[in-house]
Design a protein around this ligand. Structure first.
Ligand code: NAD
Length: 501
Protein backbone atom coordinates (compact mmCIF):
# COMPACT_ATOMS: atom_id res chain seq x y z
CA UNK A 1 0.00 0.00 0.00
CA UNK A 2 1.41 3.44 -0.83
CA UNK A 3 1.03 6.22 1.75
CA UNK A 4 -2.10 8.31 1.29
CA UNK A 5 -1.49 11.72 -0.22
CA UNK A 6 -3.87 14.41 1.05
CA UNK A 7 -5.87 15.27 -2.09
CA UNK A 8 -5.63 18.89 -3.30
CA UNK A 9 -9.38 19.37 -2.89
CA UNK A 10 -8.78 19.09 0.86
CA UNK A 11 -6.05 21.75 1.12
CA UNK A 12 -8.30 24.29 2.84
CA UNK A 13 -10.92 21.82 3.96
CA UNK A 14 -12.27 21.74 7.51
CA UNK A 15 -14.22 18.72 8.72
CA UNK A 16 -17.85 19.70 9.27
CA UNK A 17 -19.30 19.40 12.80
CA UNK A 18 -22.95 18.46 12.81
CA UNK A 19 -25.65 18.48 15.50
CA UNK A 20 -28.79 16.35 15.79
CA UNK A 21 -32.30 17.78 15.45
CA UNK A 22 -34.68 17.03 18.32
CA UNK A 23 -37.95 18.91 18.85
CA UNK A 24 -36.87 21.78 16.61
CA UNK A 25 -33.52 22.34 18.40
CA UNK A 26 -30.00 21.40 17.31
CA UNK A 27 -28.20 19.39 19.96
CA UNK A 28 -24.94 17.54 20.55
CA UNK A 29 -26.66 15.11 22.94
CA UNK A 30 -24.84 13.50 25.83
CA UNK A 31 -22.73 11.06 23.80
CA UNK A 32 -19.34 11.46 22.11
CA UNK A 33 -18.75 12.20 18.41
CA UNK A 34 -18.57 9.86 15.42
CA UNK A 35 -15.78 10.82 13.02
CA UNK A 36 -16.30 10.00 9.37
CA UNK A 37 -13.20 9.34 7.29
CA UNK A 38 -13.89 9.86 3.57
CA UNK A 39 -13.61 6.41 1.93
CA UNK A 40 -12.20 7.92 -1.25
CA UNK A 41 -9.73 10.29 0.40
CA UNK A 42 -8.68 8.98 3.81
CA UNK A 43 -9.42 12.35 5.44
CA UNK A 44 -11.82 13.09 8.35
CA UNK A 45 -14.67 14.98 6.68
CA UNK A 46 -17.56 15.00 9.17
CA UNK A 47 -18.32 14.63 12.85
CA UNK A 48 -21.80 13.72 14.06
CA UNK A 49 -23.07 13.23 17.60
CA UNK A 50 -23.04 9.59 18.75
CA UNK A 51 -26.68 9.65 19.85
CA UNK A 52 -27.82 7.52 22.76
CA UNK A 53 -30.96 5.62 23.66
CA UNK A 54 -32.01 8.66 25.73
CA UNK A 55 -31.66 10.90 22.63
CA UNK A 56 -33.81 8.50 20.61
CA UNK A 57 -36.43 8.51 23.37
CA UNK A 58 -36.48 12.33 23.50
CA UNK A 59 -36.94 12.43 19.73
CA UNK A 60 -39.78 9.88 19.90
CA UNK A 61 -41.46 11.93 22.65
CA UNK A 62 -41.17 15.08 20.50
CA UNK A 63 -42.65 13.30 17.47
CA UNK A 64 -45.49 11.89 19.61
CA UNK A 65 -46.30 15.34 20.99
CA UNK A 66 -46.18 16.88 17.51
CA UNK A 67 -48.55 14.22 16.22
CA UNK A 68 -51.01 14.24 19.13
CA UNK A 69 -51.17 18.05 19.49
CA UNK A 70 -50.77 19.05 15.86
CA UNK A 71 -50.70 21.23 13.84
CA UNK A 72 -49.05 19.00 11.19
CA UNK A 73 -51.62 16.15 10.96
CA UNK A 74 -54.49 18.67 11.04
CA UNK A 75 -53.26 20.86 8.19
CA UNK A 76 -54.95 20.60 4.82
CA UNK A 77 -53.29 18.51 2.14
CA UNK A 78 -52.66 21.73 0.22
CA UNK A 79 -50.81 23.28 3.17
CA UNK A 80 -48.57 20.25 3.62
CA UNK A 81 -48.07 20.07 -0.15
CA UNK A 82 -46.90 23.68 -0.31
CA UNK A 83 -44.34 23.07 2.43
CA UNK A 84 -43.05 19.95 0.65
CA UNK A 85 -42.77 21.92 -2.61
CA UNK A 86 -40.79 24.61 -0.81
CA UNK A 87 -38.53 21.89 0.61
CA UNK A 88 -38.01 20.55 -2.93
CA UNK A 89 -36.95 24.02 -4.12
CA UNK A 90 -34.54 24.39 -1.20
CA UNK A 91 -33.06 20.93 -1.85
CA UNK A 92 -32.52 21.95 -5.48
CA UNK A 93 -30.88 25.20 -4.35
CA UNK A 94 -28.48 23.30 -2.05
CA UNK A 95 -27.99 20.30 -4.37
CA UNK A 96 -24.27 20.89 -4.90
CA UNK A 97 -23.59 21.06 -1.16
CA UNK A 98 -25.68 17.91 -0.53
CA UNK A 99 -24.05 16.01 -3.41
CA UNK A 100 -20.59 16.98 -2.13
CA UNK A 101 -21.45 15.63 1.33
CA UNK A 102 -22.79 12.35 -0.07
CA UNK A 103 -19.67 12.00 -2.21
CA UNK A 104 -17.09 12.61 0.49
CA UNK A 105 -18.91 10.52 3.09
CA UNK A 106 -19.91 7.56 0.89
CA UNK A 107 -17.17 7.58 -1.76
CA UNK A 108 -19.63 7.69 -4.69
CA UNK A 109 -18.67 9.75 -7.77
CA UNK A 110 -19.72 13.39 -7.66
CA UNK A 111 -21.48 13.25 -11.05
CA UNK A 112 -23.61 10.39 -9.77
CA UNK A 113 -24.34 12.14 -6.45
CA UNK A 114 -25.59 15.16 -8.38
CA UNK A 115 -27.86 12.96 -10.48
CA UNK A 116 -29.23 11.37 -7.28
CA UNK A 117 -30.02 14.84 -5.93
CA UNK A 118 -31.96 15.59 -9.13
CA UNK A 119 -33.94 12.38 -8.62
CA UNK A 120 -34.58 13.26 -4.97
CA UNK A 121 -35.97 16.70 -5.85
CA UNK A 122 -38.39 15.00 -8.25
CA UNK A 123 -39.52 12.61 -5.51
CA UNK A 124 -40.23 15.48 -3.07
CA UNK A 125 -42.34 17.19 -5.77
CA UNK A 126 -44.18 13.96 -6.54
CA UNK A 127 -44.95 13.39 -2.84
CA UNK A 128 -46.16 17.00 -2.61
CA UNK A 129 -48.66 16.29 -5.39
CA UNK A 130 -49.86 13.11 -3.65
CA UNK A 131 -50.40 15.05 -0.39
CA UNK A 132 -53.39 16.76 -2.05
CA UNK A 133 -54.81 13.59 -3.50
CA UNK A 134 -54.88 11.37 -0.42
CA UNK A 135 -58.47 10.22 -0.06
CA UNK A 136 -60.61 7.34 1.13
CA UNK A 137 -63.72 5.68 -0.28
CA UNK A 138 -67.46 5.94 0.09
CA UNK A 139 -70.09 3.20 -0.25
CA UNK A 140 -73.54 4.39 -1.29
CA UNK A 141 -74.54 0.85 -2.15
CA UNK A 142 -75.39 -0.50 1.30
CA UNK A 143 -79.12 0.18 1.26
CA UNK A 144 -81.26 3.16 2.28
CA UNK A 145 -80.29 2.92 5.95
CA UNK A 146 -76.48 2.93 5.62
CA UNK A 147 -73.77 5.12 4.24
CA UNK A 148 -70.23 3.78 4.50
CA UNK A 149 -67.19 6.05 4.44
CA UNK A 150 -63.61 4.79 4.62
CA UNK A 151 -61.26 7.47 5.92
CA UNK A 152 -57.50 7.53 5.46
CA UNK A 153 -55.72 8.83 8.55
CA UNK A 154 -52.03 9.36 9.16
CA UNK A 155 -50.67 6.31 10.99
CA UNK A 156 -48.87 8.44 13.60
CA UNK A 157 -45.19 8.46 14.60
CA UNK A 158 -42.90 6.80 12.03
CA UNK A 159 -39.31 5.68 12.64
CA UNK A 160 -37.26 6.00 9.46
CA UNK A 161 -33.93 4.13 9.36
CA UNK A 162 -31.66 4.42 6.31
CA UNK A 163 -28.40 2.88 4.99
CA UNK A 164 -25.20 4.46 3.66
CA UNK A 165 -25.26 3.61 -0.02
CA UNK A 166 -27.73 6.30 -1.22
CA UNK A 167 -27.88 8.62 1.78
CA UNK A 168 -30.05 11.45 0.44
CA UNK A 169 -32.02 9.46 -2.13
CA UNK A 170 -33.26 6.82 0.29
CA UNK A 171 -34.44 9.22 2.99
CA UNK A 172 -36.27 10.96 0.11
CA UNK A 173 -38.05 7.72 -0.77
CA UNK A 174 -39.60 7.67 2.69
CA UNK A 175 -39.79 11.02 4.50
CA UNK A 176 -41.80 13.17 2.03
CA UNK A 177 -44.48 10.47 1.76
CA UNK A 178 -44.75 10.10 5.54
CA UNK A 179 -45.00 13.91 5.82
CA UNK A 180 -47.55 14.09 3.00
CA UNK A 181 -49.77 11.69 4.96
CA UNK A 182 -49.54 13.91 8.06
CA UNK A 183 -47.19 11.68 10.08
CA UNK A 184 -44.45 12.86 12.40
CA UNK A 185 -41.07 11.18 12.30
CA UNK A 186 -37.79 10.20 13.89
CA UNK A 187 -35.08 9.70 11.25
CA UNK A 188 -31.84 7.78 11.80
CA UNK A 189 -29.36 7.95 8.93
CA UNK A 190 -26.44 5.55 8.71
CA UNK A 191 -23.64 6.41 11.13
CA UNK A 192 -21.31 6.45 8.10
CA UNK A 193 -23.20 9.02 6.01
CA UNK A 194 -25.35 11.28 8.19
CA UNK A 195 -24.33 14.67 6.79
CA UNK A 196 -26.84 15.22 3.99
CA UNK A 197 -29.76 14.03 6.15
CA UNK A 198 -28.80 16.60 8.81
CA UNK A 199 -28.68 19.35 6.16
CA UNK A 200 -32.15 18.18 5.12
CA UNK A 201 -33.24 19.00 8.69
CA UNK A 202 -32.14 22.63 8.15
CA UNK A 203 -34.02 22.70 4.86
CA UNK A 204 -37.23 21.38 6.38
CA UNK A 205 -37.19 23.96 9.17
CA UNK A 206 -36.69 26.71 6.58
CA UNK A 207 -39.52 25.26 4.48
CA UNK A 208 -41.91 25.59 7.43
CA UNK A 209 -42.11 22.07 8.90
CA UNK A 210 -43.10 22.65 12.56
CA UNK A 211 -40.85 21.62 15.48
CA UNK A 212 -41.02 17.95 16.42
CA UNK A 213 -42.43 16.80 13.07
CA UNK A 214 -39.02 15.69 11.78
CA UNK A 215 -36.41 14.70 14.37
CA UNK A 216 -33.02 13.45 13.20
CA UNK A 217 -30.93 11.36 15.58
CA UNK A 218 -27.45 10.21 14.57
CA UNK A 219 -25.66 7.22 16.04
CA UNK A 220 -25.30 3.48 15.75
CA UNK A 221 -28.03 0.94 15.05
CA UNK A 222 -27.99 -0.88 18.40
CA UNK A 223 -27.92 2.37 20.43
CA UNK A 224 -30.32 4.63 18.47
CA UNK A 225 -31.99 2.43 15.82
CA UNK A 226 -33.09 -0.38 18.16
CA UNK A 227 -35.18 1.83 20.52
CA UNK A 228 -36.80 3.37 17.43
CA UNK A 229 -38.09 -0.11 16.54
CA UNK A 230 -39.32 -1.14 20.01
CA UNK A 231 -40.72 2.00 21.62
CA UNK A 232 -44.49 1.78 22.24
CA UNK A 233 -45.03 5.40 21.10
CA UNK A 234 -43.82 4.57 17.58
CA UNK A 235 -46.61 3.40 15.23
CA UNK A 236 -44.61 2.33 12.18
CA UNK A 237 -41.03 1.54 11.20
CA UNK A 238 -39.81 2.22 7.67
CA UNK A 239 -36.41 0.55 7.27
CA UNK A 240 -33.95 0.26 4.40
CA UNK A 241 -30.82 -1.80 4.95
CA UNK A 242 -29.50 -5.35 5.08
CA UNK A 243 -31.80 -8.36 5.26
CA UNK A 244 -30.24 -9.39 8.59
CA UNK A 245 -31.01 -6.08 10.33
CA UNK A 246 -34.39 -5.99 8.55
CA UNK A 247 -35.25 -9.33 10.13
CA UNK A 248 -34.19 -8.02 13.56
CA UNK A 249 -36.24 -4.86 13.00
CA UNK A 250 -39.34 -6.91 12.25
CA UNK A 251 -38.82 -9.05 15.36
CA UNK A 252 -38.32 -5.92 17.51
CA UNK A 253 -41.40 -4.24 16.06
CA UNK A 254 -43.44 -7.39 16.72
CA UNK A 255 -43.22 -6.72 20.47
CA UNK A 256 -45.73 -3.90 20.05
CA UNK A 257 -47.14 -5.05 16.68
CA UNK A 258 -46.02 -1.98 14.73
CA UNK A 259 -46.51 -1.76 11.02
CA UNK A 260 -43.18 -2.46 9.29
CA UNK A 261 -41.99 -1.56 5.82
CA UNK A 262 -38.69 -3.13 4.76
CA UNK A 263 -36.45 -2.45 1.74
CA UNK A 264 -33.67 -5.03 1.97
CA UNK A 265 -30.93 -6.72 -0.03
CA UNK A 266 -30.93 -8.17 -3.53
CA UNK A 267 -29.06 -10.59 -5.79
CA UNK A 268 -30.51 -9.52 -9.07
CA UNK A 269 -30.31 -11.64 -12.22
CA UNK A 270 -30.03 -10.39 -15.79
CA UNK A 271 -31.18 -13.13 -18.17
CA UNK A 272 -29.83 -12.79 -21.70
CA UNK A 273 -31.07 -14.61 -24.82
CA UNK A 274 -29.04 -14.93 -28.04
CA UNK A 275 -31.46 -12.71 -30.02
CA UNK A 276 -30.95 -9.70 -27.69
CA UNK A 277 -29.39 -6.39 -28.70
CA UNK A 278 -26.07 -7.49 -27.23
CA UNK A 279 -24.34 -4.11 -27.59
CA UNK A 280 -27.04 -2.51 -25.47
CA UNK A 281 -26.93 -5.36 -22.98
CA UNK A 282 -23.13 -5.28 -22.58
CA UNK A 283 -23.30 -1.60 -21.69
CA UNK A 284 -26.13 -2.27 -19.23
CA UNK A 285 -24.26 -5.24 -17.72
CA UNK A 286 -21.23 -3.07 -16.95
CA UNK A 287 -23.43 -0.27 -15.61
CA UNK A 288 -25.56 -2.68 -13.57
CA UNK A 289 -22.57 -4.35 -11.95
CA UNK A 290 -20.30 -1.39 -11.26
CA UNK A 291 -22.67 1.54 -10.68
CA UNK A 292 -22.08 2.79 -7.10
CA UNK A 293 -19.14 0.32 -6.97
CA UNK A 294 -21.72 -2.47 -6.86
CA UNK A 295 -22.83 -1.24 -3.41
CA UNK A 296 -26.38 -1.17 -4.63
CA UNK A 297 -29.40 -3.29 -3.62
CA UNK A 298 -30.38 -3.31 -7.30
CA UNK A 299 -26.96 -4.27 -8.66
CA UNK A 300 -27.22 -6.66 -11.60
CA UNK A 301 -24.63 -8.87 -9.95
CA UNK A 302 -25.81 -12.19 -11.41
CA UNK A 303 -25.72 -12.64 -15.19
CA UNK A 304 -27.55 -15.66 -16.53
CA UNK A 305 -26.35 -15.94 -20.14
CA UNK A 306 -27.50 -18.39 -22.77
CA UNK A 307 -24.72 -20.98 -23.17
CA UNK A 308 -24.34 -20.24 -26.89
CA UNK A 309 -23.27 -16.63 -26.26
CA UNK A 310 -21.72 -16.84 -22.79
CA UNK A 311 -17.98 -16.89 -23.68
CA UNK A 312 -18.20 -14.17 -26.32
CA UNK A 313 -20.44 -11.88 -24.23
CA UNK A 314 -18.29 -12.34 -21.10
CA UNK A 315 -15.18 -11.38 -23.07
CA UNK A 316 -16.92 -8.26 -24.44
CA UNK A 317 -18.13 -7.25 -20.96
CA UNK A 318 -14.55 -7.62 -19.67
CA UNK A 319 -13.24 -5.39 -22.48
CA UNK A 320 -15.76 -2.66 -21.65
CA UNK A 321 -15.27 -3.05 -17.88
CA UNK A 322 -11.53 -2.35 -18.34
CA UNK A 323 -12.49 1.11 -19.63
CA UNK A 324 -14.59 2.00 -16.56
CA UNK A 325 -12.92 4.90 -14.81
CA UNK A 326 -12.33 4.03 -11.16
CA UNK A 327 -10.90 6.91 -9.19
CA UNK A 328 -11.20 10.03 -7.08
CA UNK A 329 -14.90 10.45 -6.29
CA UNK A 330 -14.55 14.23 -6.61
CA UNK A 331 -13.24 14.01 -10.18
CA UNK A 332 -16.26 14.76 -12.42
CA UNK A 333 -15.12 12.13 -14.94
CA UNK A 334 -14.96 9.28 -12.39
CA UNK A 335 -17.52 6.51 -12.96
CA UNK A 336 -16.77 4.24 -9.99
CA UNK A 337 -15.65 5.58 -6.63
CA UNK A 338 -14.43 4.11 -3.35
CA UNK A 339 -15.59 1.22 -1.15
CA UNK A 340 -17.41 2.37 1.99
CA UNK A 341 -14.95 1.03 4.64
CA UNK A 342 -11.71 -1.01 4.71
CA UNK A 343 -13.65 -3.81 6.48
CA UNK A 344 -16.17 -3.93 3.67
CA UNK A 345 -13.37 -4.12 1.09
CA UNK A 346 -12.03 -7.19 2.97
CA UNK A 347 -15.49 -8.76 2.94
CA UNK A 348 -15.76 -8.33 -0.85
CA UNK A 349 -12.26 -9.80 -1.28
CA UNK A 350 -13.26 -12.82 0.83
CA UNK A 351 -16.23 -13.49 -1.50
CA UNK A 352 -13.91 -13.48 -4.54
CA UNK A 353 -11.47 -15.79 -2.79
CA UNK A 354 -14.28 -18.12 -1.73
CA UNK A 355 -15.64 -18.26 -5.30
CA UNK A 356 -12.17 -19.09 -6.68
CA UNK A 357 -11.78 -21.90 -4.15
CA UNK A 358 -15.22 -23.20 -5.12
CA UNK A 359 -14.15 -23.43 -8.79
CA UNK A 360 -15.09 -20.08 -10.38
CA UNK A 361 -12.50 -18.27 -12.54
CA UNK A 362 -11.51 -14.65 -12.09
CA UNK A 363 -11.87 -13.27 -15.64
CA UNK A 364 -11.19 -9.65 -14.63
CA UNK A 365 -9.93 -7.79 -11.56
CA UNK A 366 -10.33 -9.71 -8.34
CA UNK A 367 -8.64 -7.46 -5.80
CA UNK A 368 -8.13 -4.03 -4.29
CA UNK A 369 -6.83 -1.12 -6.37
CA UNK A 370 -4.21 1.10 -4.77
CA UNK A 371 -4.85 4.62 -6.02
CA UNK A 372 -2.98 6.29 -3.15
CA UNK A 373 -6.30 7.64 -1.87
CA UNK A 374 -8.82 5.66 0.22
CA UNK A 375 -9.98 2.08 -0.50
CA UNK A 376 -10.96 0.97 -4.01
CA UNK A 377 -11.77 -2.34 -5.67
CA UNK A 378 -11.10 -3.35 -9.26
CA UNK A 379 -14.17 -4.16 -11.38
CA UNK A 380 -14.28 -7.93 -11.16
CA UNK A 381 -15.83 -10.68 -13.27
CA UNK A 382 -16.19 -14.27 -12.06
CA UNK A 383 -17.09 -16.84 -14.70
CA UNK A 384 -18.02 -20.49 -14.33
CA UNK A 385 -20.14 -19.59 -11.29
CA UNK A 386 -22.60 -22.31 -10.25
CA UNK A 387 -26.03 -21.50 -8.78
CA UNK A 388 -25.16 -23.08 -5.42
CA UNK A 389 -21.99 -21.02 -4.81
CA UNK A 390 -22.17 -18.34 -2.10
CA UNK A 391 -21.20 -15.67 -4.63
CA UNK A 392 -24.28 -16.59 -6.70
CA UNK A 393 -26.70 -16.56 -3.77
CA UNK A 394 -25.49 -13.87 -1.35
CA UNK A 395 -25.27 -10.12 -1.67
CA UNK A 396 -21.57 -9.25 -2.17
CA UNK A 397 -22.26 -5.51 -2.27
CA UNK A 398 -19.17 -4.73 -4.31
CA UNK A 399 -18.09 -4.49 -7.97
CA UNK A 400 -18.21 -8.25 -8.54
CA UNK A 401 -20.13 -9.74 -11.45
CA UNK A 402 -20.95 -13.47 -11.40
CA UNK A 403 -21.56 -15.18 -14.74
CA UNK A 404 -23.86 -18.22 -14.86
CA UNK A 405 -25.29 -19.96 -17.94
CA UNK A 406 -28.58 -21.54 -19.06
CA UNK A 407 -29.86 -23.67 -21.94
CA UNK A 408 -33.66 -23.37 -21.84
CA UNK A 409 -36.08 -20.66 -20.74
CA UNK A 410 -37.27 -22.94 -17.92
CA UNK A 411 -33.65 -23.31 -16.74
CA UNK A 412 -33.17 -19.55 -16.73
CA UNK A 413 -36.31 -19.01 -14.64
CA UNK A 414 -35.34 -21.77 -12.22
CA UNK A 415 -31.82 -20.36 -11.72
CA UNK A 416 -33.13 -16.80 -11.38
CA UNK A 417 -35.59 -17.85 -8.67
CA UNK A 418 -33.28 -20.24 -6.80
CA UNK A 419 -32.25 -17.70 -4.16
CA UNK A 420 -33.82 -16.08 -1.10
CA UNK A 421 -33.93 -12.56 -2.59
CA UNK A 422 -36.40 -11.07 -5.07
CA UNK A 423 -35.72 -7.38 -5.51
CA UNK A 424 -35.26 -6.90 -9.25
CA UNK A 425 -34.32 -8.68 -12.47
CA UNK A 426 -33.58 -7.97 -16.12
CA UNK A 427 -34.42 -9.83 -19.31
CA UNK A 428 -32.86 -9.20 -22.71
CA UNK A 429 -34.46 -10.51 -25.90
CA UNK A 430 -36.05 -9.07 -29.03
CA UNK A 431 -38.83 -11.62 -28.66
CA UNK A 432 -41.90 -10.17 -26.96
CA UNK A 433 -43.14 -13.55 -25.71
CA UNK A 434 -39.78 -14.36 -24.15
CA UNK A 435 -39.65 -11.04 -22.30
CA UNK A 436 -43.21 -11.36 -21.01
CA UNK A 437 -42.74 -14.98 -19.94
CA UNK A 438 -39.65 -14.08 -17.92
CA UNK A 439 -41.34 -10.91 -16.64
CA UNK A 440 -44.24 -12.93 -15.26
CA UNK A 441 -42.31 -15.91 -13.90
CA UNK A 442 -39.34 -14.28 -12.19
CA UNK A 443 -40.18 -13.51 -8.58
CA UNK A 444 -38.96 -9.93 -8.18
CA UNK A 445 -40.52 -6.56 -7.40
CA UNK A 446 -39.20 -4.97 -10.62
CA UNK A 447 -38.37 -6.65 -13.93
CA UNK A 448 -36.56 -4.55 -16.51
CA UNK A 449 -36.96 -5.53 -20.16
CA UNK A 450 -34.13 -4.57 -22.51
CA UNK A 451 -32.88 -2.00 -20.02
CA UNK A 452 -31.57 -2.03 -16.45
CA UNK A 453 -31.96 0.06 -13.30
CA UNK A 454 -34.19 2.75 -14.78
CA UNK A 455 -36.58 4.25 -12.25
CA UNK A 456 -39.26 6.89 -11.88
CA UNK A 457 -41.08 8.43 -8.92
CA UNK A 458 -44.34 7.04 -10.36
CA UNK A 459 -43.18 3.39 -10.34
CA UNK A 460 -43.47 1.34 -7.13
CA UNK A 461 -40.23 -0.19 -5.88
CA UNK A 462 -39.66 -3.01 -3.40
CA UNK A 463 -38.90 -6.68 -3.04
CA UNK A 464 -40.39 -10.16 -2.98
CA UNK A 465 -39.34 -12.68 -0.34
CA UNK A 466 -36.30 -11.68 1.75
CA UNK A 467 -35.78 -8.48 -0.26
CA UNK A 468 -38.47 -6.79 1.77
CA UNK A 469 -42.01 -6.04 2.68
CA UNK A 470 -44.13 -3.29 1.13
CA UNK A 471 -43.44 -0.89 -1.72
CA UNK A 472 -42.09 2.65 -1.90
CA UNK A 473 -42.73 5.32 -4.54
CA UNK A 474 -45.71 5.16 -6.91
CA UNK A 475 -49.15 6.60 -6.30
CA UNK A 476 -49.85 4.42 -3.25
CA UNK A 477 -46.68 5.49 -1.43
CA UNK A 478 -48.49 7.97 0.82
CA UNK A 479 -51.19 5.41 1.68
CA UNK A 480 -48.49 3.22 3.18
CA UNK A 481 -48.19 5.77 6.01
CA UNK A 482 -51.93 5.71 6.80
CA UNK A 483 -54.52 3.67 8.65
CA UNK A 484 -58.05 3.26 7.31
CA UNK A 485 -61.05 3.98 9.50
CA UNK A 486 -64.56 2.89 8.65
CA UNK A 487 -67.42 5.27 9.39
CA UNK A 488 -70.59 3.20 9.31
CA UNK A 489 -73.43 5.75 9.35
CA UNK A 490 -77.05 4.94 9.91
CA UNK A 491 -79.80 6.94 8.22
CA UNK A 492 -83.37 7.03 9.62
CA UNK A 493 -84.97 4.91 12.38
CA UNK A 494 -82.77 2.00 13.48
CA UNK A 495 -84.32 -1.47 13.36
CA UNK A 496 -84.19 -3.47 16.62
CA UNK A 497 -81.45 -6.08 16.68
CA UNK A 498 -83.60 -9.21 16.35
CA UNK A 499 -85.45 -7.99 13.30
CA UNK A 500 -84.29 -9.12 9.89
CA UNK A 501 -82.33 -6.40 8.08
P1 NAD B 1 -27.43 -2.12 7.66
O1 NAD B 1 -28.57 -3.07 7.77
O2 NAD B 1 -26.16 -2.49 8.30
O3 NAD B 1 -27.83 -0.69 8.29
C1 NAD B 1 -28.97 0.02 7.85
C2 NAD B 1 -29.40 0.97 8.95
O4 NAD B 1 -29.84 0.20 10.07
C3 NAD B 1 -28.27 1.88 9.47
O5 NAD B 1 -28.79 3.15 9.76
C4 NAD B 1 -27.85 1.17 10.74
O6 NAD B 1 -27.26 2.01 11.71
C5 NAD B 1 -29.20 0.65 11.25
N1 NAD B 1 -29.12 -0.46 12.20
C6 NAD B 1 -28.11 -1.33 12.40
N2 NAD B 1 -28.41 -2.16 13.42
C7 NAD B 1 -29.64 -1.82 13.85
C8 NAD B 1 -30.51 -2.31 14.88
N3 NAD B 1 -30.14 -3.31 15.68
N4 NAD B 1 -31.70 -1.73 15.03
C9 NAD B 1 -32.10 -0.70 14.23
N5 NAD B 1 -31.31 -0.18 13.27
C10 NAD B 1 -30.10 -0.73 13.07
O7 NAD B 1 -27.26 -1.81 6.11
P2 NAD B 1 -26.16 -0.93 5.42
O8 NAD B 1 -24.88 -1.69 5.44
O9 NAD B 1 -26.19 0.45 5.95
O10 NAD B 1 -26.73 -0.86 3.92
C11 NAD B 1 -26.53 -1.84 2.98
C12 NAD B 1 -27.73 -2.75 2.87
O11 NAD B 1 -28.89 -1.99 2.56
C13 NAD B 1 -27.60 -3.75 1.74
O12 NAD B 1 -28.02 -5.01 2.18
C14 NAD B 1 -28.54 -3.21 0.67
O13 NAD B 1 -29.03 -4.18 -0.22
C15 NAD B 1 -29.61 -2.62 1.50
N6 NAD B 1 -30.34 -1.62 0.71
C16 NAD B 1 -31.59 -1.92 0.24
C17 NAD B 1 -32.29 -1.01 -0.55
C18 NAD B 1 -33.67 -1.31 -1.07
O14 NAD B 1 -34.36 -0.37 -1.45
N7 NAD B 1 -34.11 -2.56 -1.10
C19 NAD B 1 -31.71 0.21 -0.86
C20 NAD B 1 -30.42 0.48 -0.38
C21 NAD B 1 -29.76 -0.43 0.42
Amino acid sequence: MTAHVRPKAFDNFKARDFRMLIDGAWTQGAGSAIERVAPGHGVVVSRYPAGTKADAERAIAAARKAFDNGPWPNMTGAERSNILLKAADLIAARADELAFLDTIESGKPISQAKAELGGAVDIWRYAAALARDLHGESYNTLGDGTLGVVLREAIGVVSIITPWNFPFLIVSQKLPFALAAGCTTVVKPSELTSGSTLVLGEILIEAGVPAGVVNIVTGTGPEVGAPMTTHPDVDMVSFTGSTGVGRLTMANAAQTLKKVSLELGGKNPQIVFPDADLDAFIDAAVFGAYFNAGECCNAGSRLILHTSIADDVTARIAELAKKVKVGDPLDPTTQVGAIITPQHLDKIGAYVEGASKAGASVTLGGGALDLGLGQFMAPTILSGVQPDMAVAREEVFGPVLSVLTFDTTEDAIRIANAIDYGLSAGVWSRDFDTCLTIGRKVRAGTVWMNTFMDGASELPFGGYRQSGLGRELGRHAVEDYTETKTLNMHIGARTDWWMPR
